[in-house]
Design a protein around this ligand. Sequence first.
Ligand code: ADP
Ligand code: MG
Length: 317
Amino acid sequence: MSAHLLEVRGLTKVYRVRGRREPLRAVDGVSLYVDAGETLGLVGESGCGKSTLGRAILRLDAPTAGEVYFDGKRVDADSIHALRRGMQMVFQNPFTALDPRMTIGGSIAEGLEIHRIGKNRAARRARVAELMEMAGLDAGLASRYPHELSGGQRQRAGIARALAVEPRFLICDEPVSALDVSAQAQILNTLLDLQERLGLACLFIAHDLAAVRQVSHRIAVMYLGRIVESGPADDIVHAPRHPYTRALLDAAPVADPQAAKARARRAPEGEAAFAPEGFAGCPFCPRCRFATEQCARERPTLCGAEGGRLVACHHPL
Ligand code: ADP
Ligand code: MG
């Protein structure tokens, strides 16, 4: 049982990769929750396991271990079909959800047909127009094909398709990462509007903290398959406690070139690399300015701090 709309406990996804002796723990014992109407931002560098986590939650890929509860019910291979209407995904690349040979209206209507929503074709067509309007898309574009739309319009079509089955929870996996800055801002505004109008809960995934902080109530920071810090969005941004979160903030683009220069010097050096299987220390240790001998020896667990925050660090800031 779970009192949260979505609860994830110890979720793990291990890949066996050819040419690599050790299994890759792309998601390693992640626990998190999302309440109704709430947006949890999930942020971390490319390759840290964000998409794998999102896909495992929705069982687009079966997790290796761990549990997912949605609306108090255990999500497993059997129950997922009944629960899928409540949980939908918006992909980074809208072509993942939109069939290039189908009109935009047809793609959006597909979800309605699969779940037998709408009395007849006319009712479904009216609902498609309504969904397009909700996603900020001119309903006149229903007869167009995906390649005839701009990147931003295509992503709006992807959002409309996800909304078709009236989900209560949406996983948005880097929905704006492929778009230019102005299209990004507009789509983030649309997502904020949908949160309010529909009371939609959301797991918003991005590698860029700037996008995440705009739409999230809480933020979870992921590093190499694990959550290293989480808490209320404002607190994470204004007073990060994990050195990796600090580094992500320092790496975020700033308008003032002078400030950008000062910050660049503080950004972490090197690249994230999954540690060898036997390594027992903190995964961030090789890149951390504050690392001590203890950090190389002993992995910090995610511990509660004041103000609803969790941090996995021996020497939190
Ligand atoms: P992110 O979304 O944070 O960029 P991913 O979840 O896509 O990260 O990937 C996490 C890690 O898992 C990466 O090292 C990636 O190469 C690996 N990975 C992802 N999908 C697969 C797969 N199907 N098979 C093997 N390795 C994978
Ligand atoms: Mg990804």
